[in-house]
Unconditional design. Structure first.
Length: 104
């Protein structure tokens, strides 16, 4: 069974600097709308199947939540659905936004 890996904010930035990365932000739509990582897509129960179907599963996927907890089961879900390289970002968006770019 495919597994995900936990990744730090620094490792996420390095990955994003070196290749095209898919970012799945699983926070609620209001939180996503008030700020999210550049190029992140807001993924929820309503659009997860479509995201899985339409995404390039060969690209690294980083799953982001608030603090890095709920992203772990979500990352496992995406790994089980065919993504080859899946990460859960430790610290989540709350830690990311302290020192990194945010889009609205």
């Amino acid at each position: 069974m495919s597994m995900f890996k936990r990744i730090s904010i620094e490792q996420t930035k390095e990955l994003m600097d070196n290749q095209e990365v898919l970012l799945a932000d699983i926070r609620d739509p209001q939180s996503y709308a008030s700020g999210h990582m550049p190029n992140a897509k807001n993924i929820n129960n309503q659009n997860a199947a479509e995201f899985i179907q339409e995404s390039d599963k060969d690209k690294p996927l980083v799953v982001v939540c608030y603090h890095g907890n709920s992203s772990q089961p979500a990352a496992q879900y995406f790994a089980a659905n065919g993504f080859k390289e899946v990460y859960s970002m430790d610290g989540g968006f709350e830690l990311w936004k302290l020192n990194n770019p945010v889009e609205k």
